[in-house]
Design a protein around this ligand. Structure first.
Ligand code: NAP
Length: 308
C-alpha cells in the first residue's frame, strides 16, 4: 500500500494524518526543516482530540529533502504556501503521482498544477473542498471541531481513484464527483459574502443578520459575477445559502476574522482577491466587491498584517 505523504502538519493536515494512521493506513508527515522535525520528536507524535478523547499517533516524519519517492501527496498548507511547498518536493513525485490539494479558495490549485514536474504519466491534481473544521490547541496537536464533508474531484473529470477505500477505512467523509470546480466557486462566493464583512465590522457571523441590506447587495453582485465568470450553477440559490450559513453559524467567528484577531496572515488573495481579479478578467463590473476588497486591504494594513 503506497504511503500518504502529508505536507504540512497544521490543523487539516493533522486531522487527515491521524485518522489515516488510526485506520492502519501508512502515513508520513513532511515537515519544513530539521528544527520542526526535532520539535515534533519532542512531542512524541501527533495528537488528535475528538469528542473529548485525546489520542497520540507516532507517525514517522521527514523533512522536505528526504529521498523517499512520493506517490500520494496531501498538500495541507495554506493557499499562499502551497506552490512553494509542493515545489520543494516536486523532484520526489513519481510518474502518475496523486497530488491532493486541500486549500480553500481558488488560484493556488492552478499555481500548483502549473508547476508540477513533466513526468509520464503526469502527476494527477485532485482538488478537495472541505467543510470539516479543525484547529491546533498546541504544536502538533489538533482538535476536530466540526463535522463536515470533503468533496473531491479533478478539473478534467477523471475516474474515481482506488484509494477512496482508504478514506472509507479511515472514516474520512468524502464524495468524488465531476463538479469540484463548481463547489470551490460556491464556497468562495459564500466566503466573500460573509468573511470580509465580519472582519470589517469586527463581529460574529450572526451579527450580519442586522446588516441584511449590505449582505443582499453583495449577494446580488456575487451572482452576477459568478454568471459572468462562467459559473452559473455556483450562483443558484446563493443568497438563501448565505442567509442559512449566517444563521447556522451565528455564534461563530469566521475563519478570516479568527486569522486577523490572532495576527495571522489571511488567504485574501485566494478568496475575495481571486474573485475580483476573475471579474476584471471577464470584463464584469463588480464595484461592491472591489470596494470591499480595498476596505479589507486597508484594514489588514492598519493591523500590520500582509494584504496579499
Ligand atoms: P495551518 O493550521 O496553518 O497549517 C498549515 C501547515 O502548513 C503548518 O503546519 C505549516 O507549518 C505547514 N507548512 C507551510 N509551508 C510549509 C512548507 N514549505 N513545508 C512544510 N510545511 C509547511 O492551516 P490549516 O487551517 O490546516 O489550513 C490549510 C488549508 O485548509 C487552508 O487553505 C485552509 O483555508 C483550508 N481549510 C482549513 C480548515 C480548518 O478547519 N482548519 C477547514 C477547511 C479548509 P508550520 O507549522 O511549520 O508553520
Amino acid at each position: 500500500m503506497p504511503f500518504w505523504h502529508v505536507l504540512g502538519a497544521g490543523s487539516l493536515g493533522s486531522l487527515w494524518a491521524t485518522r489515516l494512521a488510526r485506520a492502519g493506513v501508512p502515513v508520513r508527515l513532511i515537515l519544513r526543516d530539521s528544527a520542526r522535525l526535532k520539535a515534533y520528536a519532542a512531542k512524541g507524535g501527533l495528537t488528535l482530540s475528538e469528542q473529548g478523547q485525546r489520542q497520540t499517533f507516532d507517525i514517522t516524519a521527514q523533512t522536505l529533502d528526504d529521498p523517499q519517492p512520493i506517490q500520494r501527496l496531501l498538500v495541507a498548507c495554506k493557499a499562499y504556501d502551497a506552490q512553494s511547498a509542493v515545489a520543494s518536493v516536486a523532484s520526489r513525485l513519481t510518474p502518475g503521482a496523486d497530488v491532493l490539494l486541500l486549500q480553500n479558495g481558488l488560484g493556488s490549485q492552478e499555481a500548483v498544477a502549473a508547476s508540477l514536474p513533466d513526468l509520464f504519466p503526469p502527476p494527477r491534481c485532485i482538488f478537495v473542498s472541505s467543510t470539516e473544521g479543525a484547529f491546533r490547541d498546541d504544536d502538533f496537536s489538533v482538535v476536530f471541531a466540526g463535522q463536515g464533508a470533503n468533496w473531491l474531484g479533478e478539473a478534467h473529470q477523471g475516474l474515481a481513484p482506488v484509494w477512496l477505500d482508504e478514506l472509507v477505512a479511515a472514516d474520512i467523509p468524502h464524495q468524488w464527483g465531476p463538479d469540484i470546480l463548481e463547489r470551490l466557486w460556491r464556497k468562495l462566493a459564500l466566503n466573500c459574502a460573509i468573511n470580509p464583512l465580519t472582519v470589517l465590522h469586527g463581529c460574529r457571523n450572526g451579527e450580519l443578520q442586522k446588516r441584511a441590506a449590505e449582505v443582499t447587495a453583495l449577494c446580488d453582485e456575487l451572482v452576477a459575477v459568478l454568471e459572468c465568470c462562467g459559473q452559473p450553477k455556483a450562483a443558484v440559490g446563493l443568497h438563501q445559502q448565505v442567509d442559512q450559513v449566517i444563521r447556522a453559524t451565528a455564534a461563530n467567528y469566521s475563519s478570516m476574522h479568527q486569522d486577523v484577531a490572532q495576527g495571522r496572515r489571511t488567504e485574501i488573495s485566494y478568496l475575495l482577491g481571486y474573485l475580483c481579479a476573475a471579474a476584471a478578467r471577464h470584463g464584469c463590473q463588480a464595484p461592491l466587491l472591489d470596494q470591499l476588497r480595498e476596505r479589507l486591504i486597508d484594514h489588514l494594513k492598519a493591523q500590520g498584517l500582509p494584504s496579499d
